[in-house]
Write a protein that binds this ligand. Structure first.
Ligand SMILES: [Zn+2]
Length: 84
């Protein structure tokens, strides 16, 4: 179990969210999050989406802001961007 934001392992339980799911607090970055294991995750689609957003002129920081939890999967969007 790691923090989805900073990848730290210093996680403690922190009550439940509005849907009754276990919430965790990261002691490194002080953010709270819910474990995402039950959710269907499609990193490749996210990466493709990020690449497309980049190709369409969205800035890297805007993309990172949108996909901050998947940061490490989006290494070099430019590599996948077909040049105009
Ligand atoms: Zn953290």
């Amino acid at each position: 179990m790691r923090c989805k934001y900073c990848n730290s392992e210093r996680i403690v339980k922190k009550g439940f969210n509005s849907k009754g799911k276990q919430r965790y607090l990261c002691k490194t970055c002080s953010r709270t999050f819910v474990k995402e294991a039950e959710r269907n995750y499609y990193p490749h689609n996210y990466k493709e989406l990020a690449i497309r957003m980049f190709c369409e002129g969205m800035t890297m920081s805007a993309i990172y802001h949108k996909f901050f939890s998947l940061l490490d999967m989006i290494t070099h969007p430019l590599d996948g961007c077909y040049k105009k």
